[in-house]
Design a protein around this ligand. Structure first.
Ligand code: UD1
Length: 418
């Protein structure tokens, strides 16, 4: 038996909440620490389950890692091991981002194909094509990505899609390659910019961070650094959407509002009043949210990681919303859990059509991934009665102190230990 939440609906969320470092940044920054022998320190690391899991992956590669609250200290060895085995990587997808650093340091890597969220097939073809462009051989063998190169030589790489993970792996391989690499159609997510900032502090030469073309000039070696992880825009926006859904008033601190511009604009379209602050934003809603259409896209588009929360909002909005998922093909699986809560929602291919109703009706529901889990808790907050949310270890992977924060905002939530 795993833990579950009992979520009591009806409260209006009110107050202030602080957001920690971004999960999708810290895990990549931890991998990037492998690029330089010596001690790299990351601060503002979120206290989520994936951070110690990533620490185990790095330990398996020969690093020493300590975690103390929001500080992670990684001592990377002179000669990392190059084999990340299945036991280390199976529990989470981000483990695959050691591939680029291992290629850069060891010129070879064997990384077991990771597990991760049930949101659709997640191939690594673009990661591999990028490494091949830099002169590596790469194949999938016995459940592992195997890559090897006599030398990594900078080259033009054009991505078919601005994949976050492929951009990161190719970037981290290119920083220690010979000569210049250009990555066209690169991902522009704030977490990629954060990685570029840290790599530059380590001595990497990168131009174009935050644009679709990254130009990397390889250097001989990098040095360790100290870096503060950016705030988690997905966690921050989750609280903002929860405020609008519950007709509440929530101030979110610790996240750059510029990383959420489109999401905040959508909340304004629902009738919310949104104020941006130097280190966050405030969302107020005193009526029923108006239905809005949402279409997920790579940054600066609407994040796919907030699609379940957008569906949650749509279930109680006034009118009909069309939510289109353009990034992960199977990310609507959780919608049947929303239907269990009485939502009037149906999906057809990569569209979901949701007719808002006044109030959902509590029921037992099951989380299938981190974000779907958070979306189901938000739905529980606007349901009559007590909603039992099962398999909440998914939520623990991405939301630090989730029930403490929700309780502080006035939400009815209780963790029942398995
Ligand atoms: C990262 C985030 C995840 C977020 C996603 C999109 C982490 C740990 N996870 O995942 O939370 O939802 O970005 O913002 O940072 N694809 C291929 N071939 C490849 C690589 C990707 O076809 O080689 C496809 C994927 O199947 C998916 C799309 O490209 O359909 C986008 O994936 P990608 O941007 O790579 O997401 P991740 O890095 O896995």
């Amino acid at each position: 038996m795993t833990d579950r939440y009992l979520v009591t609906g009806g409260a209006r969320l009110q107050g202030e909440v602080s957001v920690g470092g971004a999960k999708n940044s810290v895990l990549k920054l931890m991998a990037a620490a492998l690029l330089a022998e010596g001690t790299t320190t990351l601060t503002n690391s979120p206290e989520i389950a994936d951070v110690p899991l990533m620490a185990d992956v790095l330990r398996g590669l020969g690093a020493t890692v300590s975690i103390d609250g929001d500080t992670v200290v990684i001592d990377a060895p002179a000669e990392p091991k190059y084999h990340a085995d299945f036991d280390a990587v199976k529990q989470f997808r981000a483990s695959v981002c050691v591939l680029g650093p291992l290629m850069a340091r060891c010129r070879r890597a064997v990384v077991a194909l990771p597990g991760g969220d049930a949101i659709g097939s997640r191939p690594l073809d673009m990661h591999q094509a990028g490494l091949r462009a830099l002169g590596a051989h790469s194949a999938i063998e016995h459940g592992c990505v195997v890559a090897e190169a006599d030398a990594l030589v900078g080259a033009p790489v054009a991505l078919e899609f601005p994949s976050v993970g492929a951009t990161e792996n190719i970037l981290m391989a290119a920083v220690l390659a010979d000569g210049q690499t250009t990555i066209d159609n690169a991902a522009r997510e704030p977490e990629i910019v954060d990685l570029c900032v840290m790599l530059s502090q380590m001595g990497a030469r990168i131009d174009g961070a935050g644009t679709s073309t990254l130009t990397v000039t390889g250097v001989d070696r990098l040095h360790p650094t100290e870096h503060r992880v950016i705030g988690d825009r997905i966690v921050g926006a989750t609280w903002g959407i929860a405020a609008a859904m519950t007709r509440g008033d929530v101030t979110v601190r610790g996240v750059a509002p510029a990383h959420l511009q489109l999401v905040l604009n959508k909340l304004v379209d629902t009738g919310a009043r949104v104020d941006t602050l130097p280190d966050g934003f405030r969302v107020r809603h005193d009526g029923r949210p108006t239905a809005v259409n949402v279409s997920t896209l790579p940054f600066p588009g609407f994040p796919t990681d907030l699609q379940p929360m957008a569906i949650g909002l749509a279930t109680v909005a006034d009118g009909m919303s069309v939510i289109t998922e353009n990034v992960f093909e199977a990310r609507f699986r959780f919608v049947e859990e929303m239907v269990r809560l009485g939502a009037d929602a149906r999906t057809d291919g990569h569209h979901a059509v949701v007719r808002g109703i006044e109030r959902l009706s509590s029921a037992p529901v099951w989380c299938s991934d981190i974000r779907a889990g958070a979306g189901l808790v938000l739905a529980g907050l606007v349901a009559d009665g007590v909603t039992e949310v099962h398999d909440i270890e998914h939520i623990d992977r991405g939301y630090p102190n989730f029930e403490e924060n929700l309780t502080r905002l006035g939400g009815g939530i209780e963790r029942v230990r398995g």
